[in-house]
Design a binder for this molecule. Structure first.
Ligand code: PLP
Length: 418
């Protein structure tokens, strides 16, 4: 059974100050999880997690993670700016972008970030834009399908990211010719994997390529970035990943492949987003309408603007009706938002306890790729973000948008005369 990290009593108190809907994050859960990750890879001297900022772009969250030893993985101008504001600069930033505008390379270079090149042609582009830095990384894409045993996990051959093997080998040669001295490799081959096998399997592929690179170019990579992709169990039937087992699995292939090739100094990096934050966020929303037509509907005060994953991917997000955790789930509902879009549903045919108007619903696993994916369709406004501190107090870490925010980019809007 999936449990919320807040109780009805806590939320009843919080909504007196902060009206629904809002996202709330669990600082204690975030810190403990970050420590477990660090511990699982402590066998690797240079290990570092670079939190994927796009998952939860909030400075307070970045600072909490920085305190736990994490850097940032950025891929846009504003993500770099936010990272800098949080005092995360230089080698603490991995700039894993693609289709990168020149100004973003410039800022990344100015901050001393490690630039992770998505394509062979970006070498000349970067050289012209701001020169080739001493330390640089390249993104690999093996093509084909990525499978674990008989399960096809994802389709790298269809993905826009990364270089082919012949290209990446040529890339390292060229970068060396242009003065680079320290090299890394990166790949992201499958998303939201709920299996302990993903990282070890990916690591084996990358480690073997690292050995080939050494043979072909004489370059010993100094880091290998396993990127994101460790998933979480959104549905209650799934078992969460065991990060300790994952760390051990990567260690095993490290010892099998890299150590005998004289590459035992390679640092392992990760760029996890979902795994770091998703379970430690809830979208808190209130039931404001019930509708009995061809189906039973519960209308809530949040909508896809606050959490897009169900509308976009048909993603499952578990829902707890606060205070009714022990009641039987004997009512079948569609839980909807207010957009003029029929896919604006947080749940379809979901069995839940009977919902009364005013009940508070906690939508689970919204800590990553939740608020962040928000948009303003139908002129709906983005919600606040709150942090539940370790001492039980609540800090607003982003206020809700106002109509003024929404109209701010329209020149002269407030002076319009009819
Ligand atoms: C999105 C992304 C991540 C994080 O992915 P998760 O699935 O949230 O772990 C890491 N690296 C890059 C380059 C990404 O685009």
């Amino acid at each position: 059974m999936k449990k919320t990290f807040v109780t009805k009593e806590q939320i009843d108190e919080i909504v007196k100050t902060y009206p629904t809907p809002f996202h709330i994050y669990d600082e204690k859960g975030i810190r403990e999880n970050a420590r477990r990750l660090k511990e699982a890879f402590s066998w690797n001297k240079g290990y570092k997690e670079f939190f994927a900022v796009k998952a939860t772009p909030n400075p307070t969250i970045l600072k909490v993670l920085k305190e736990e030893g994490c850097g940032t993985d950025c891929s846009s101008l504003t993500e770099l700016m936010m990272s800098e504001k949080c005092g995360i600069t230089g080698r603490e930033i991995m700039f894993s972008s693609n289709d990168t505008p020149a100004e973003e390379f410039e800022l990344a270079a100015r901050l001393g970030a490690t630039i992770n090149l998505d394509d062979f042609t970006h070498i000349e582009f970067l050289k012209k834009t701001c020169g080739i830095p001493k330390r640089i990384s390249c993104r690999f894409n093996p093509g084909g399908v990525f499978s674990l045993g008989t399960d096809i996990m994802d389709n790298p051959g269809d993905a826009k990211y990364g270089m082919t093997k012949p290209q990446i080998i040529e890339a390292y040669k060229k970068l060396k010719e242009y003065g680079a001295e320290e090299f890394g490799m990166h790949a992201f081959l499958a998303s939201n994997t709920v299996t302990n096998e993903y990282y070890p399997t990916l690591a084996k592929i990358l480690f073997e390529v690292a050995v080939e690179i050494k043979e072909a170019t004489g370059i010993s990579l100094s880091f290998i970035n396993l990127s994101g992709g460790i998933g979480i169990p959104y549905t209650p039937d799934k078992e969460p990943n065991d990060i300790k087992v994952i760390g051990e699995g990567v260690k095993k292939v490290f010892e099998e492949v890299l150590v005998p090739a004289g590459l035992s100094d390679v640092s392992i990096y990760t760029e996890l987003g979902r795994y770091m934050l998703a379970p430690y966020g809830h979208l808190i929303t209130k039931a404001i309408h019930e509708k009995h037509t061809h189906k039973e509907y519960i209308g809530v005060d949040a909508c896809a603007v606050n959490l897009m994953r169900p509308a976009m991917y048909g993603a499952y997000h578990h829902i707890t009706v606060l205070g009714k955790e022990d009641k039987p789930c004997d009512h079948k509902y569609d839980v909807t938002g207010s957009l003029c879009e029929n896919n604006d549903k947080f749940a379809i045919d979901r069995m839940l306890p009977e919902i009364e108007m005013g009940d508070i619903l906690a939508i689970h696993d919204t800590g990553a790729h939740g608020f962040a994916m928000g948009y303003n369709y139908n002129g709906k406004l983005k919600s606040a973000e709150l942090l539940l501190r370790e001492d039980g107090s609540v800090l607003q870490i982003r206020r809700a948008e106002t109509p003024e925010d929404y109209f701010a980019t329209l020149e002269g809007f407030w002076d319009l005369k009819v």
